[in-house]
Write a protein that binds this ligand. Structure first.
Ligand SMILES: *[C@@H]1O[C@H](CO)[C@@H](O)[C@H](O)[C@H]1NC(C)=O
Ligand SMILES: *[C@@H]1O[C@H](CO)[C@@H](O)[C@H](O)[C@H]1NC(C)=O
Ligand SMILES: *[C@@H]1O[C@H](CO)[C@@H](O)[C@H](O)[C@H]1NC(C)=O
Ligand SMILES: *[C@@H]1O[C@H](CO)[C@@H](O)[C@H](O)[C@H]1NC(C)=O
Ligand SMILES: *[C@@H]1O[C@H](CO)[C@@H](O)[C@H](O)[C@H]1NC(C)=O
Length: 195
């Protein structure tokens, strides 16, 4: 049984690997990581690959309660204007919540179909249906250097991104990003941030 299981998983894995499909976990990880790259390269237009159009974000202070991707992009632009930035997202926990109302279509199916489904779930990264949701925590340490840089013109932020995501037709998108500070939230030269 064990070798049958392994063989079936291998064959199906090979068949489905042609497009190098990412598991949902990897796809979420990628969405969250792209945020840093798009911001630090100032490629703000590509943030539609990170946020849903109706996303909400709260970065605290004057940047709390941002509704919709346009408002979020404006603040992202503002936050790095006149700076070279490095957003270092790390230590990521992701919890995926499968949408059980849609797409499963398994009710009433019997042996051997349900047994095969069970076997697949043990071996192939779960591919949850569209509209499934996830939430995640990502450690954030972001550095802003004044541009041009001179000695002491640097500030470091410390916090957590608390995200809610949804699997849309176009991929996983953040629907709610809330930034929570760690400790004092920053160290370094605060006048760089307000420059
Ligand atoms: C996902 O949710 C939207 C909005 O509620 C709905 O219109 C759509 O049919 C759902 N899609 C799937 C595949 O469940
Ligand atoms: C997801 O949300 C639940 C409920 O708020 C929380 O207990 C859990 O820690 C969150 N998971 C992550 C990875 O942040
Ligand atoms: C920066 O500081 C270092 C060491 O304190 C010094 O050698 C250097 O000349 C300074 N550079 C500028 C541009 O002030
Ligand atoms: C802090 O940065 C400002 C420019 O934003 C600069 O004028 C000042 O010298 C810096 N302070 C220190 C202690 O490096
Ligand atoms: C976004 O998530 C935060 C928790 O991280 C929650 O307090 C807030 O109500 C959510 N906002 C929306 C608009 O969903």
């Amino acid at each position: 049984m064990k070798s049958f299981t392994a063989t079936a998983a291998l064959i199906i894995g090979l068949l489905s690997s042609g497009t190098c499909a990412k598991s949902d976990w990897e796809a979420i990880h990628d969405t969250i990581n792209r945020y840093s790259i798009f911001i630090d390269t100032k490629d703000f237009a590509s943030l539609d690959r990170v946020f849903s159009s109706d996303a909400y974000a709260n970065y605290g202070g004057a940047w709390a309660d941002l509704y919709g991707i346009d408002a979020i992009i404006e603040v992202c632009k503002e936050s790095v204007a006149g700076h070279t930035s490095q957003h270092l997202g790390s230590v990521m926990g992701i919890d995926i919540h499968e949408n059980e109302n849609e797409g499963s279509g398994q009710q009433g199916l019997t042996w051997p179909y349900n047994a095969l489904q069970w076997i697949l779930k043990q071996h192939i990264p779960a591919d949850v249906p569209i509209n499934s949701t996830a939430n995640s925590t990502t450690y954030d340490q972001s550095t802003l250097f004044a541009d041009p840089y001179y000695n002491g013109s640097v500030i470091y932020y410390f916090g957590y991104y608390l995200d809610e995501l949804q699997k849309l037709e176009e991929g996983w998108r953040i629907t709610n990003r809330t930034w929570a500070k760690a400790g004092p939230g920053y160290s370094g030269n605060y006048s760089v941030a307000t420059a």
